[in-house]
Write a protein that binds this ligand. Structure first.
Ligand SMILES: [Zn+2]
Ligand SMILES: [Zn+2]
Length: 113
């Protein structure tokens, strides 16, 4: 922690806008290792196969292909739900962006099935 402080203090101001907080980088690594795991890949494929259409769009009557798999309860909140089938939501890129913009909205409301 002390190291980070020192680095930040000695950092030239040019980097201020671009540099991301340290803990965010660590979290990203953690996600990456999950996303690269066989368990996740298999689960993801199964989810794609089961719900080839965006579930959020579907609820609105729009037919759109699934692009990504979203975690209803984010990793940050409950790590144990990462590989939980019921915690997964098939989404298109647009809906996924929206979901993450409004993560405070109870996403369970979206999943009606
Ligand atoms: Zn969608
Ligand atoms: Zn997501």
């Amino acid at each position: 922690m002390l190291n980070i402080l020192i680095i930040n203090l000695s950092m030239p101001t040019i980097n201020l806008g671009k540099s991301k907080p340290r803990d965010r980088t660590i979290a990203k690594d953690k996600y990456q290792s999950i996303y690269q795991s066989k368990t996740w890949r298999r689960l993801r494929q199964a989810k794609f196969a089961t719900n080839p259409l965006c579930e959020v769009c579907e609820a609105k009557g729009i037919v759109k292909q699934t692009d990504e798999i979203h975690h209803i309860v984010p990793f940050e909140i409950d790590m144990s739900l990462v590989y939980e089938w019921d915690n997964l939501l098939s989404v298109c890129i647009d809906c996924h962006k929206e979901l993450h913009k409004h993560l405070k909205i109870p996403t369970k409301a979206i999943k009606t099935t």
